[in-house]
Every structure is written in C-alpha cells, then in structure tokens.
Design a protein around this ligand. Structure first.
Ligand code: MN
Length: 168
C-alpha cells in the first residue's frame, strides 16, 4: 500500500486546500513543525524519510530544554509539499482548524552504529530510534524520537549536545 493512502482517504481535496497525495522525487532531508489549532491544539512534527514526511502529533510541542520528554503520536505519512502548507482546514474536514508553520528547515541524520557508520533513516524509523540535528530558523539542536509501548507512541527528547558528543 502506498504510504499516502491513509492521508488520501481522510481528505476531500475538493474541500481542503491541503496538498494532494503525491510522493516526492527527492531524497532530501526537510523538517517542519506546524501549530495546528484543531479541536485540541497540538503541534505536528514532520521529517522527511524517503519521499514522504513521517509525522507525529506532539500535544505540547518540541521541548526547549534537554532531557525533557514529550509524547509524540505517530500519524499518517504526509506528502513533502505539506511542509509548505499553512491555512485553514474547513469545518467538517479531517483536522478542521488553522495550521501555521512554526519553523522548518533541513536536518542531519546523526544516528551511527558501533563502527561510526550512519544508520539509514528508514532503518532508524523501523528500529524506533531516530537521532537528528535540526537546522531551522528558531529550532536548532539535536532531537531524538524513541518508540515505546506501541508503534504509535514515541517520545521526543531534546538531546544535550555535549552529552551526545561524550556518548559517541
Ligand atoms: Mn495535526
């Protein structure tokens, strides 16, 4: 199944101005944090893995302090174009409410194996341990996403840079 099937099924593109479900062609590394004023205000954190944006709903947003753990709920993959989306999702549509971009930029995958070789993002995602360096305008730093309990429940943690360097 195309990983954007769920995204497509949930939306009526005649009604919402959200981008259509086409997969990207690049293998870049972009991230976006969007503030989503839906029924429950939350933040959506998305990072490019392959040709889609892997997406997590983070009720409290990205932590600014090291070692603070935030719950991040894995949601459906979004098309890369979603990183540019801002606007109102109309009443009655999935996720109805206002979406605004808090920050976006590129990131580096910094997860390495014991020999210091980079572990691919796909593998990191499957393993449930992602470590990335975000290069945004406001957000700059190392974050980890760690799967726990079940496939949808992840923890988002800001990693202390010095601690990280000592660890590797
Ligand atoms: Mn959302």
């Amino acid at each position: 199944m195309n990983s954007l099937e769920k995204y497509k099924k949930r939306r009526d593109f005649k009604k919402t101005k959200e981008p259509g479900p086409k997969t990207g062609k690049t293998d870049g590394k972009i991230f976006v944090l969007q503030k989503h004023s839906a029924t429950h205000l939350h933040f959506d954190f998305r990072i490019q893995i392959g040709k889609v944006l892997k997406s997590w709903a983070v009720p409290k947003g990205l932590p600014k302090t090291s070692n603070v753990k935030r719950l991040a709920i894995l949601t459906e993959d979004h098309p890369l174009e979603y990183a540019n989306f801002e606007g109102t999702i109309p009443e009655g549509e999935y996720g109805a409410g206002f979406v605004e971009i808090v920050d976006r930029g590129s990131f580096d995958n910094i997860k390495k194996d014991k020999d210091g070789k980079e572990i691919s993002l796909n593998k990191c995602f499957k393993n449930g341990t992602i470590e990335i360096f975000l290069h945004g305008k406001k957000i700059n730093g190392i974050y980890a996403l760690i799967k726990f309990k079940d496939d949808k429940s992840w923890l988002l943690i800001k990693v202390n840079k010095n601690k990280y360097e000592r660890k590797i």
